[in-house]
Design a protein around this ligand. Structure first.
Ligand code: COS
Length: 383
């Protein structure tokens, strides 16, 4: 454990209180305005939440995976936009640097990522390369003293706010697959790097994505992550293994939140002269949701502990992501059903969670990609 149990409990209590007292009252406003108030960003930074997973020698809290998912279980009990603000700095935006960066690169960026001064983004997906990430086309041509990048990245979370991008580009055009891909650390404002308009989305208002465009964007040689070409795809896959666990914890949290809302509604709402919670058909929905959320919580905790023991969790992290994201989809669907007409009304809260949850089955690898990862690893393990 990175923190002693008292400090860890203190952190969890303060996140729980922050979610209840500060974030939940703002859910409607954030959805309406599609923006997180700047004072909330400051409070999140003051609590150290931008640096949950960044090692303490670089100014982060250096949480273990188990500790990190426990924080996500609390932080995820509100609109996912709040978690998304810190999501890339703790996950896909910083982990490539932590896992494979040079010491100099870590010193240069991690302290500012941990403090929240700098937001980072993970630029892998392209218009023609989503699930088939290894087919990416963005090129990084080697020139005197550095590289020149050309290409477009799509749906990049937090790109409109990012000061730093981890960009995956092909350094070896003779290698069409994973082997020709390298990762680069590129700062916002670099000439030749521009952003597309902010995407309009089905849900998760307050969390922003956009295209990141490279047009003859010249970067110095030391922008190459880890100083080694051809390692980028492996880095991306390792980062996603970890990210998928974090997202699974967020799915558990959202499920637990909407179960809590559904239970309260079912106890208060009366039909046929009694609370609908007394009806066994409603009870069945509550019980199924509770059971599935509990199963996902156990999977996530167990896999996080295995990761902390340095075991290979690629298969189990994919199992967690597959089950937890599908689970929360079923749970929010039942929550709408329990709320009846009220659950269909915009901005009631449940309708918003229903839309917000849909993304979990898509990003950081669709459910179908998780199935492929799981089954391929099973076959491979057979030898
Ligand atoms: N950890 C470390 N290395 C890994 C790895 C992992 N979890 N998964 C794959 N690799 C390595 C492989 O070992 C292989 O290296 P070698 O050739 O040296 O053995 C290399 O990466 C290529 O792997 P693979 O052959 O499995 O690549 P594929 O192109 O067949 O595709 C999938 C792999 C489909 C799993 C991958 O493209 C993927 O995860 N796609 C989804 C991408 C995604 O999640 N996008 C979401 C947007 S980012 S928020």
């Amino acid at each position: 454990m990175a923190l002693d149990s008292e400090t860890m409990q203190g952190l969890l209590d303060s996140v729980t209180r922050f979610v209840r007292e500060r974030l939940r009252p703002l859910e409607h406003q954030v959805a309406q305005e599609d923006r997180i108030p700047p004072e909330i960003r400051r409070e999140i930074a003051d609590m150290g939440l931008f640096g949950l997973s960044i090692p303490d020698e670089y100014g982060g809290l250096g949480l273990t995976m188990e500790e990190e998912v426990r924080v996500a279980f609390e932080l995820g009990r509100t609109s996912p936009a709040f978690r998304s603000l810190i999501g890339t700095n703790n996950g896909i935006g910083s982990q490539g640097l932590i896992m494979d960066g040079t010491e100099e690169q870590k010193q240069r960026y991690l302290p500012r990522l941990a403090s929240g001064e700098l937001i980072s983004s993970f630029a892998l997906t392209e218009p023609e390369a989503g699930s088939d990430a290894a087919s990416l086309k963005t090129s990084a041509r080697k020139v005197e003293g550095g590289y020149v990048l050309n290409g477009t990245k799509r749906f990049i979370t937090n790109a409109p706010h990012a000061g730093l991008f981890t960009v995956f580009a092909r350094t070896d055009p003779s290698q069409p697959g994973a082997k020709g891909v390298s990762a680069f650390l590129i700062e916002a404002g670099t000439p030749g790097l521009s952003l597309g308009p902010v995407d309009r989305k089905m849900g998760q208002s307050g969390a922003h994505t956009c295209d990141v465009i490279f047009e003859d964007c010249r970067v110095p040689a030391d922008a190459l992550l880890g100083g080694r070409e051809g390692q980028g795809f492996r880095t991306a896959m390792k980062v996603l293994d970890r990210g998928r666990l974090h997202i699974s914890a967020v799915c558990v949290a959202m499920a637990e939140r909407v179960i809590e809302d559904s239970l309260r509604y079912a106890v208060e709402r009366k039909q046929f002269g009694q609370p609908i919670a007394e009806f066994q058909l409603v009870q069945a929905m509550l019980a199924d949701s509770r059971t599935e959320a509990y199963a996902a919580r156990c999977m996530v905790l167990e896999t996080a502990r295995a990761k902390d023991r340095a075991e290979d969790v690629a298969t189990d992290a994919a199992c967690c992501k597959l089950f937890a994201s599908e689970m929360v989809g079923r749970v929010v669907d039942r929550a709408v059903q329990i709320h009846g007409g009220a659950g269909y009304i915009a901005d009631h809260g449940i309708e918003r969670f229903y839309r917000d949850a849909r993304l979990f089955r898509i990003y950081e690898g669709t459910s179908q990609i998780q199935q492929i990862v799981i089954a391929r690893n099973m076959v491979k393990a057979l030898g």
